[in-house]
Structure formats: structure tokens, C-alpha cells
Design a protein around this ligand. Structure first.
Ligand code: BG6
Ligand code: MG
Length: 219
């Protein structure tokens, strides 16, 4: 395939924020009185804040909350999450991600963010990564959550590229599915068992270059 653009999920791909999302949701589950494990948490990855809350409540068997109570719980979770993020050291960027983004730019590849998070810009600014992105599509711009392809199709559109020339990097099942629904190639970041739909899966970006990406996708 001809690669013209790369679209990156944020949480769990660029930066190790997935653990802070988990800790903040777990604090809510503790408050509501049920156990919420990392296995349960896998279902929340890539999923919007309110949809994540619905999954968490389903895990806890909690069915009788008003819309107002749900909004309050989601706001509390976000407040706790943002407090973790504010304390996050700048080196929480995952290994070799900055170098890989620079390598893409040097090869003339366009770069977009494709994240469900409404906190995305704040995080990219904190990590001083904003200048490396040609477009930002995040939870504030989309109405259909992953696995709907909207977030990635919009990224391709903003970059002026056809979906078949775009590669998505994703750590979530819902995100890999969204990339495939968009007709894009997808690199899974994590383990192959969870992300089996991706074109190939790797644990992270360590030692990974644009040349490796081309080789993997054109095997
Ligand atoms: C995704 C995360 O990137 O963003 C989800 O994988 C999270 O876990 C979602 O729920 C929404 O994030 P936020 O920051 O808007 O609550
Ligand atoms: Mg993610």
C-alpha cells in the first residue's frame, strides 16, 4: 500500500494515560461498592466517557441512576483523572513515540490525532507534541464513538487523504474495529490476542521506524 498519512489514537498509544483512566474509574466503582478489574477495564478502552460509565455501571449491576447522577459521576471521574494528568511527568510519553513521529514527518507523512478523549489537546500540549500534528480530531469533534469510523474518516478528510492511504495506530479493540470500518490499515499496540483484527500488532514503538512500517504493511 501507499502510505500518505498516519492517524494516532492517544491514550495507550502516544502516552500511558490508560492506567490513569483505569484508576479514576476504579475509584468510582469503589465508591459505588463493587469490584472493577483491569479485565473489565479492557472494554472501556477507546470508548467515550459516558459510554464507559454505562459499561462500568453494567459491571456493577447498577441500573437505577438518574441522568443527573450519571453526569455527576462522569464529572467526578474526569476531575480525578485530570488531577492525575496534571501531575503526570512529561516523560510519560511512550518510548520512541516522539522519535517515530519525527521520522514520519521527515518522510513527508501527514499526521493526525484520532482520539475519543475530550482531554486530548491538554495532554498533547503538556507533552509539547502539538507541533508534530497536522490535524487533531478528538472527542469534542465527533458524535459517533469507536467502533464507528467517524473519528478516523474525519482525520483523513482533514489531511486531504483517501482512507486506503492511511494507517491507524490503536491500543483498543473498539479502535482497531473503527479503523477497519474506515477502510484503513491498522497497527495494534498491545497484544495480538486482544487486537487480532489489526494488520499487525506490536507491543510498542521501541526501535520502530517508518521503513519498518512500510515493510510490515507491504509483506
Ligand atoms: C479514550 C480512552 O481515548 O478516551 C477511554 O481510551 C476514555 O478510556 C475516552 O474513556 C474518553 O476520554 P475523556 O478524557 O474524554 O474522558
Ligand atoms: Mg487508546
Amino acid at each position: 500500500m501507499k502510505i500518505n498519512a498516519c492517524i494516532f489514537d492517544l491514550d495507550g498509544v502516544i502516552v500511558d494515560t490508560a492506567k490513569y483512566h483505569y484508576l479514576a474509574w476504579k475509584a468510582l466503582a469503589d465508591k459505588l461498592g463493587f469490584e472493577f478489574t483491569e479485565v473489565h477495564n479492557e472494554r472501556l478502552k477507546g470508548v467515550s466517557r459516558m459510554d464507559s460509565l454505562e459499561i462500568l455501571l453494567e459491571v456493577g449491576g447498577i441500573t437505577h441512576l438518574s441522568e443527573e447522577e450519571k453526569l455527576k459521576h462522569a464529572a467526578d471521574k474526569n476531575e480525578l483523572y485530570v488531577s492525575f494528568i496534571k501531575k503526570m511527568p512529561a516523560d510519560e510519553i511512550l518510548p520512541n513515540v516522539r522519535e517515530f513521529l519525527n521520522d514520519l514527518r521527515e518522510n513527508g507523512i501527514k499526521i493526525s490525532l484520532g482520539s475519543a478523549s475530550k482531554n486530548a489537546e491538554m495532554i498533547l500540549e503538556k507533552l509539547e507534541l502539538m507541533p508534530l500534528f497536522d490535524a487533531i480530531v478528538d472527542g469534542r469533534h465527533i458524535s459517533n464513538a469507536k467502533p464507528d469510523p467517524e473519528v478516523f474518516l474525519r482525520g483523513a478528510q482533514e489531511l486531504g487523504e483517501a482512507p486506503e492511504n492511511c494507517v491507524v495506530f490503536e491500543d483498543a479493540q473498539a479502535g482497531v474495529q473503527a479503523a477497519k470500518n474506515a477502510g484503513m490499515a491498522c497497527v495494534g499496540i498491545g497484544d495480538a490476542e486482544t487486537l487480532g483484527l489489526a494488520d499487525f500488532v506490536m507491543p510498542g514503538f521501541e526501535k520502530f521506524t517508518f521503513a519498518d512500517l512500510k515493510a510490515q504493511l507491504n509483506k
